[in-house]
Design a protein around this ligand. Structure first.
Ligand code: ADP
Length: 463
């Protein structure tokens, strides 16, 4: 795959460079040559017409003497050879003796005799040679033809020099471009290979691996994004590991108690009926704890899967009253007083179950972690566009050091007390996950006189 990307890059770059260089070496030279030819044509044909104009309509037939006389007085400059022929193709004038015109085959001479102006140009051997053939007319008929030829080595040399210079520049540009392309591709591929290696390493479970892509371009950003992704993966993996470890520990403890209690009954032959009853009742308590813990685990799993989507309009006052009705007997059994100050019109968008989970866990905690003859206050008010639920208690509170952790899964400040009260360390994390799921927020604070305040905020739903 990599080699193919590299090949594609290289081929694309090299083709672009090749096209540019070829165009530079061919188009430019051809265009310059054409420009020179057209200026040559204009010049040489004008010279030819000076001669034909001087011979036209003076004679019926061209003779060597007549033509020589006219040519003596004519001033035609800038051409290499002038040849004049009569209608039968014989040379009757030559600017230099040995010159034999050869650019125009006989067929073309015949064409000139028909009255056409002809031009031929070529660039060969570093020289421009241009020839013009023009008819000499007399009373509507051609009586001969003028052949003018020019050989321009100077411009040819300039063009050849330009060609050599362009070629040298092309070789340098091509060499430089190839070197640049190789360097760029090599550096890009090296960085991509780095990221590729990091992906492989992380895939194998090495979540601490970091890819270090230098620079500030897209590849560097890709590297940064990859590192953040790896961080997320590591966090998720850690959460999953500790969750599994905690959950199995949580389930193992009651199971171990049940095992111990049942073994004790089985192994003690003369065990008293009263003791058996006590042990079996303990087994029942442990089984209940197991049930509660698994139920809470199920709730958390449901929250992870964002299941609560049939949200409706919930009257919080009604929900609090329903929950308090369920928990009053527990509070009464511990000699606790419950105060509730609940405003009307506190509507939120939620599900009945989720709101119940939140209120139940907070009030149950305020009861469980209270002091004998203590008090708890449940307040429900509207603040701006929020519904605020506050649960205050006069209980044992949470030490400062534990405050940041109380919403963690399975976290318990006083393990013995929590277990004694039937806790699993999952209540507050259920509250937090539920509140988040409903788009609200929850905060915990220590109260001055001891005890805790839990405050939940939900968006108010207009009545
Ligand atoms: P648990 O099932 O143990 O009650 P929670 O997640 O509900 O689990 O609470 C976590 C811990 O936070 C509890 O073990 C307890 O130590 C502490 N806690 C929660 N609510 C209160 C409160 N109102 N007063 C004092 N401590 C509390």
């Amino acid at each position: 795959m990599f080699s193919s990307i590299r090949t594609k890059f290289a081929l694309t770059y090299f083709s672009v460079i090749a096209v540019v260089l070829i165009l530079m070496n061919t188009y430019f030279l051809t265009a310059s040559r054409d420009v020179i030819f057209s200026s040559k044509q204009a010049f040489i044909q004008s010279q030819a017409s000076i001669i034909t104009a001087s011979l036209e309509d003076l004679f019926d037939v061209l003779t060597v003497d007549d033509v020589a006389r006219v040519m003596d007085v004519l001033d035609v400059t800038g051409v290499s050879h002038i040849v004049i022929i009569d209608t039968s193709g014989d040379v009757i004038y030559g600017s230099d003796d040995n010159y034999m015109q050869s650019d125009f085959p006989d067929g073309l001479i015949a064409r000139a005799m028909e009255g056409f102006d002809l031009f031929a140009g070529k660039f060969a051997g570093g020289s421009f040679s241009s020839s013009a053939l023009a008819p000499v007319m007399s009373r509507g008929a051609a009586i001969g033809a003028v052949y003018v030829h020019e050989e321009d080595r100077e411009q040819g040399t300039i063009l050849m020099d330009m060609q050599t210079t362009l070629w040298n520049i092309s070789v340098i540009v091509a060499g430089f471009s190839v070197a640049m392309v190789v360097i760029i591709i090599w550096s890009v591929m090296r960085r991509i290979t780095g990221i590729f290696k990091a992906i492989k390493t992380v895939r194998e479970g090495e979540y601490n691996y970091r890819v270090n892509v230098r620079g500030s371009d897209e590849l560097a950003l890709l590297g940064d994004e990859f590192n953040s992704l790896t961080d997320r993966l590591r966090e998720t993996d850690e959460i999953r590991r500790s969750f599994v470890a905690n959950a199995s520990h949580e389930l193992k403890t009651p199971l171990a108690s049940i095992r111990l209690l049942s073994d004790s009954i089985l192994q003690n032959e003369g065990i008293e009926r009263e003791t058996v009853q006590e042990f079996v009742s303990d087994i029942g308590i442990e089984a209940e704890r197991l049930t509660r813990t698994t139920e809470k685990l199920m709730t958390l799993t449901r929250l992870d899967g964002n299941i609560s989507d049939d949200k409706t309009r919930i009257d919080m006052k009604e929900a609090v009253n329903d929950t308090l009705r369920m928990l009053r007997p527990l509070a009464a059994s511990l000699g606790l007083e419950i105060d509730s100050i609940l405003s009307d019109g506190c509507f939120v968008l939620a599900t009945g179950d989720s709101v119940h989970q939140v209120i139940f866990n907070l009030v149950e905690n305020a009861i469980k972690y209270n002091k004998p003859n203590g008090k708890l206050t449940v307040k429900l008010v509207i603040e701006g566009d929020e519904v605020v639920l506050t649960v205050d208690d006069t209980g044992i509170g949470v030490p400062d050091a534990d405050m940041p952790h109380i919403f963690d899964r399975f976290y318990r400040v006083d393990k013995a007390r929590s277990r004694g009260a039937g806790g699993s360390g999952l209540g507050l994390s259920i509250v937090q996950d539920t509140v988040r799921e409903l788009g609200g927020k929850v905060e915990a604070a220590r109260l001055k006189g001891g005890g805790m305040r839990f405050q939940v905020r939900f968006a108010l739903l207009a009545p």
